[in-house]
Each structure stands twice: as C-alpha cells, then as structure tokens.
Design a protein around this ligand. Sequence first.
Ligand code: AMP
Ligand code: MG
Length: 535
Amino acid sequence: MATNTNTPLSALKFDNRFVRELPADPDSDNIRRQVLSSCYSFVDSTQVSSPQLVAYSRDVAELLEISEDDCQAELFKHVFAGNELLDGMKSYAQCYGGHQFGNWAGQLGDGRAINLGEVVNQQGQHHTLQLKGSGPTPYSRSGDGFAVLRSSLREFLCSEAMFHLGVPTTRALSLITTGEQITRDMFYDGRPQKEPGAVVCRVAPSFLRFGSYEIFASRGDLDTLKQLVDYTIRTDFPHLGEPSVDVYIQWFAEIAERTMDMVVHWMRVGFVHGVLNTDNMSILGLTIDYGPYGWIDNYDPNWTPNTTDAEGRRYRFGTQPQIAQWNILQLGNALYPLIEQAEPLQKIIKDFASDYTGKWQQMRAEKLGLKQFIADTDEELNTELHEVLQLVETDMTIFYRKLADLDVHDQTFTDDELLSPLMSAYYAPDAMSKDDKTQICSWLRQYQQRARQDDLSNEIRRKNMNAINPKYVLRNYLAQLAIDDAEQGDFALVNELLELLRHPYDEQADKENFALKRPDWARQRAGCSMLSCSS
Ligand code: AMP
Ligand code: MG
C-alpha cells in the first residue's frame, strides 16, 4: 500500500515510455486530419477560465502519492483542468480506430482526451494520467473536444465505484468544472442547450484499446502495428517474455481471458456498459469509457441504458459476453498479419464462449453462496432463477442481498414466510399473481435444498454472499441526483456517494436510503433510465 508522502505535486516523477518508444505524428498542428504511421500526436489542452474542484479520489491520489493538501491546492485544479503542465509532463492524444455498432469506423482517436504522461510512484508503478474533455485534438472529427459536467460526473463516480466493487477499471483522480459553457443537444432532437463544462482526470496503466491495433492493421501498416504490439507486451505484459509469434498468441489468449473476467464482473454487479465498440475495449481488460452506461435496477437482460442503441439493443445487458467475444474476434483479425496462423487464434476466439460460461457458472454459484457450480443441479437452478427474476419486476441488487438472509436450514416456512425477507426487492408486489408466487417459492425451496448440500451455516453463507453481492451500486437515479445538485453548484452529494461507494459491500447503517430500489419518478426520467451518447 502506498503511503501518502508529502512529495509536492510539482515533484511528481514522470517516465513517459509511450511517447519515448512509439512513433509520434511529425505534424504538430492541432488540425483535424488522418494521422498515419504514428501512435499519437503532441497537442496542447485548451485553457479554461475558472476551474473549480468538484471532487477528487483520495484513493487515487494516494496511489499516485499526491498529498491531500496538494489535491486542494490551486495548482492541482489548474493542472487537472488542463491549464498547466508539471515538469516532466508531455501532452498528447492517441491515434486509434474502431468498430462502432458492428461496422468499421476508421480513424477515431482521442478526440477529447489529452494524456499528460506516466507518473511513476515509489513502487515503480506507471500510471498514465489522461484528461477527458480538455479540448480539440487532431482526432476530434466533428466534435468540440469538450465534455459536460453530467457525463464527467458519471464517469468519475462510476469508475471509482467499480474499482471498489472489485471490477477491473480505469480510475479517476479528479472532477473539475472549467467555468466554460458547452452546447449539447442531449437527445439529438434539435433542442441544444448550454451546460457546464468539466474535465475528469482518468488514470490507468495504459489507455490502449483494441482499436489502437485495428487502425494499423486496417491500413496495412504492419511496421507500426508490430512496434505497438511489442511495446505493449514489453511494458504491460512483461511476464510473457520477449515478443515473438508464440508470445503474440499467448498475449491474445490473455487479453481474451482478462476481457471475459471483466464481463463476468459486470454481470455479477449488474453493470451495462452501453457502448461496447472496439475503441472502448481496453487491451488490459479494464472497463473504460464510461458513457451511456447503466445499472440494472429490475433484472432485465434486454435492458440497455443507451437510447442511441434502443432499436437494435446490440449492447443490452444480457448480450455483453457475446459482444465481448465479437470484439475479441476483431482484435484477432487485426493481429493475424503478425501471426499468420489462423488456427490458434480461432481456437482462442471459439473457446471464449465456453470459457466464459465456465467462469460465469462459477460466479453464479458464488452469488448464491454455493461453494461451486455442480452441473447436475445448478444448471436448472440457474435457468429457473433467470425466469423467476423476470416474472415480476425484481430489483437484482436487493434480491441477492436479501437472499443471503434466507434461513436455508428451516424447512417449515409457509410461502409467505419464505417470501417475506425478499419483498423489498419487488417493484410492484401487487402485480405478483398466485402463480408467480408459487413459482418463486418453489425456486426458493429448491435453492434452500441445494444450499443445504454445502453444509454451511446460514451465517457463513450470508457472509460469503454479501462479499460479492454489493449492497450499494451507483444506481442511475443516484448519479442523476448528484448531477442535479452539482449543476446548481452543490457538490455535497457527489462527495457523499464517492465515500459511500468506497465500501459497497458493507452495511452502512445511516445510508440505507441509497440502497433502496429505484423510485417511481426515475423510471422514465432522462439520465435515470435513458441516456444518449451526448456527453
Ligand atoms: P465514445 O463514443 O465516447 O467512445 O467516442 C467515440 C469517439 O468520438 C472517440 O474517438 C472520442 O474521442 C470521440 N468523441 C466523443 N465525443 C467527442 C467530442 N465532444 N469531441 C471530440 N471527439 C469526441
Ligand atoms: Mg470511446
């Protein structure tokens, strides 16, 4: 654990391997264009008029060895709003491409993200700092390069919440409003409005994406592709050894595995990314690019928070594993020219589905407090649970927490007694028909019986379940309440949620109000159940 030293902010150490070792765009004009044979372009962020600190993550500050005093200082907000560079910082935007909604979209790149370089802490760990929303770059295409407070607050809070949930993710150091007004047409319906601008400082060992490799493959630029692949293996996957064709294959297998682990966690906690384009897939298997993401309130595998995807629902909750596999296939295609052996790549892609299923079965068993998945009994138990959760609107998060409280050893319960601890998970208990009730109770009895096989006390089973089924998640409406306040200049709720979500598995007695199911008013409200890509 890093100790919080009093190294002044201005003395942070940087070791900018990415820009040192990879080819730079020779053109330094900040003009939108195609950038060839280069992994990034040097670019300055845009100066902003009056940066104001909304929140910072003390955990990330500690990781970077920035003291709390420094986080509150003038210099901090100027640096992390993009007004000033510290000694050793280099600002640049990365070039990448991507498949968007199933189609190759060509060059995308950091259109509004500006990297500041790699901090090295006392353990020698490298963390890239990246400002999101700090002005146009050569990759901005038709965008303005900025970001608004609502989407920045959502990214800031959610990435920290995900980390504390144990989900692989990029982190966020700070959320700063810029003092600028940004125009956005939130629902693309011809009603643009001015909104407060903001910058998030994101932090990750690397911000490389599947699309970072696809762009060079698509252009037939195998030299740059190979340089980038070798660089990635040497810096972020050193345990694989010196790059070679065999190592490329192992690397690809590891990326596939990390990606499936990440998705298993999303399904565990009820997270829907919303825009699983290949430019939003981290090469490290981290959740990246928090846009119109959402949290499952009532369990519905078909739900997508993203209104831009409402028709096709390509990125709905239940299909995230298949989409991840499709994205892995695209990465495999991009790497093929360096490997020139279809078979091992195809095997990794094909095995993705069964490997994922194995991991997910085990995770589902653990969510139910079972030691391990036993196909004979648990296949059916899972299938029926999937149905039972959809009979009547059932809050997924509350359901699993309450299930942990069920006494599985008592076989004398009436239906009402069996159901009573779970009632707070139902959105419309009155809509539960007699048949629904019978089916739910029959599942609960089946579950009791299966849990008894494991020979665990209720106490231990509850403890195990509560360690992986969170009590507190960043429900969409909670983020929206924090946005409503922040847009009025009141940052108390963002900070309260940030603190709450540092301990998502703990009972927090005075915070029960944040563990309740989504209120009715939030069902159809923009930002709570519907989000667009506008950010
Ligand atoms: P996203 O859908 O947020 O992952 O973004 C897809 C691409 O659009 C990335 O290359 C982004 O950098 C770019 N982009 C998104 N919003 C903006 C913006 N306001 N200005 C410039 N580029 C943007
Ligand atoms: Mg993106």
